[in-house]
Write a protein that binds this ligand. Sequence first.
Ligand SMILES: [Zn+2]
Length: 201
Amino acid sequence: MNRRADHFDWSGGHPALDFVNTLDERPSDEPIDNLATYRDLARFAELAGLIEPQIAGPLQRLHDPASIRIVKRARHLREHLHDLLAATTSRRLVRQADLDALSAAIQAAHAARALVASRSTGLVEYRWRLPWTPVIPLHACALAIESLLVGGKRKRIRKCGAADCDVYYLDTSKAQRRQWCSMKGCGNREKQRRRRSVTRN
Ligand SMILES: [Zn+2]
């Protein structure tokens, strides 16, 4: 997986959290949307390991009204997930509208899947597969959201502790006391800020 030249934030530790983090600098007046185009969405899904490169390649060349609508739907889905995570991590009640939107997207992804058979070492194996359509990256993101929310991982979802950072991540540390999206960025910045305020007082 080549992630060197991309502009996505991979500190989420889970594709669904990396998906929510595609809106950079969310708390500011001018957030940067890394899912600005359908190409961005297909590229994100590929780099996040949600769709295979041979599928993502042709998708990235699409640019028609239908693909523009799909990336719009993806951005809406992302914001519903964000609002749900924001409510959960600040112990507020989750909005029904967010649950309904996520539920509809996950159901649509399930409905799109087809059972495929493959033979390896003489045995037939069956698995679910999303057929090739331009909606694949959106469905793949919805299935990633399902895997995040339904299961034990949701207990480890955290929001970065820096006041001006809205990045979400999975705390996989043993002690489960990770406070920042990255130690290099927010962690160092917050430590310096706290040090300065102690010196001033
Ligand atoms: Zn942060």
